[in-house]
Design a protein. Structure first.
Length: 322
């Protein structure tokens, strides 16, 4: 938050920076919720259907609350909550996702994420429209005690035309005001356009579906993509294994340097009664072009996260033992 000692009120009633006061004061460091994503701003996580956006969202939320390390999220320095609003998936599917995620953690991590700060709200059957005052009031209330709000997915946040710049400007303006007022980061999950999915350009800012306002008016955009045929060839991953790998990266950062992309492997929950999977962070090395591509086990941290809908493969297939 800005120190009020460097602000003065103009004749219009709006504050302005006293330049002399600014020059004599050291500002607080920017508070990064995720690498590149600053508290009090709005960002997005885009990807094609089945690219593990919801799995990564849960992994990020859990990491902030003391779960497994995934993308380098900053541990929550306060008692504020991390709130995940599940607007599309049914409550039972979400329960399987949470169960699978929780099962992948060690005892200390389970204690951390079960202390009440991680709030996952199944709202698919609830009325939700950011144009309605009742929805705005609830979002304001959640933002007042949250460090991060994740909206899964953006298309369920509103009933407007996502290709209309005016409509999308209205939606983002509401989110931006809530984020800034409460110093709460808001991350919405969104689909990428078909061209980017087909042409493997998920890492481009323009991969986001709909109006360019959805990119231009936010300060952070991350992406999830399934490993392409080209990537698989470079890393020596067989075609049978390729779709089990997904990448998290950042395509837009306004207030920091771009973090490096990270590869994950989707690992089925070992329990047959649980329909979910976890994301296991892996280190992949590109193969010498002269070598014949072969699959090689990768070093990985403890698996994390869950997503069981829109996956191209059976969510209960045993990708790996852990």
């Amino acid at each position: 938050m800005t120190n009020n000692n460097v602000l003065e009120k103009s004749a219009s009633g709006w504050n302005y920076f006293n330049i002399d006061a600014v020059s004599k004061t050291t500002p607080e460091p920017l508070d990064f919720v995720l690498p590149g994503f600053v508290s009090g701003t709005v960002g997005s996580l885009v990807g094609a259907g089945g690219a593990s956006k919801s799995a990564m969202a849960l992994a990020i939320a859990g990491e902030i609350c003391g779960g497994s390390e995934m993308v380098g999220a900053k541990p929550n320095p306060t008692d504020k909550a991390v709130s995940v609003l599940v607007l599309e998936d049914p409550a039972l599917a979400t329960q399987h996702r949470i169960d699978s995620y929780f099962h992948s953690l060690n005892d200390e991590q389970r204690k951390n994420v079960a202390d009440g700060r991680l709030q996952i709200m199944p709202l698919a059957s609830q009325p939700f429209d950011i144009e309605k005052s009742a929805t705005l009031e609830k979002l304001e209330q959640i933002a007042s005690y949250s460090r991060l709000i994740i909206l899964d997915t953006f298309k369920k946040v509103h009933n407007l035309n996502e290709n209309d710049s005016g409509d999308m400007g209205i939606v983002l303006d509401k989110l931006l005001k809530i984020a800034d007022k409460n110093n709460c980061a808001i991350l919405f999950l969104h689909h990428m356009n078909k061209g980017s999915a087909v042409n493997d350009t998920a890492g481009e800012q323009q991969s986001s579906r709909g109006s360019s306002v959805l990119v231009d008016n936010i300060r952070f955009q991350a992406y999830m993509k399934t490993m392409s045929v080209k990537d698989a060839s470079e890393y020596g991953i067989s075609e049978d294994e390729r779709k089990r790998y997904v990448q998290y990266g950042v395509s837009k950062v306004n207030l920091a340097m771009h973090p490096e992309p990270i590869w994950f492997k989707r690992v089925s929950d070992p329990r047959p009664e649980i329909y979910g999977y976890t994301l296991q962070r892996v280190e992949l090395e590109k193969k010498d072009k002269k070598e014949k591509p072969v699959a090689k086990p990768a070093k990985a941290r403890k698996p994390v996260a869950v997503e069981n809908n829109n996956n191209m493969e059976s969510s209960n297939e045993k990708f790996a033992d852990f």
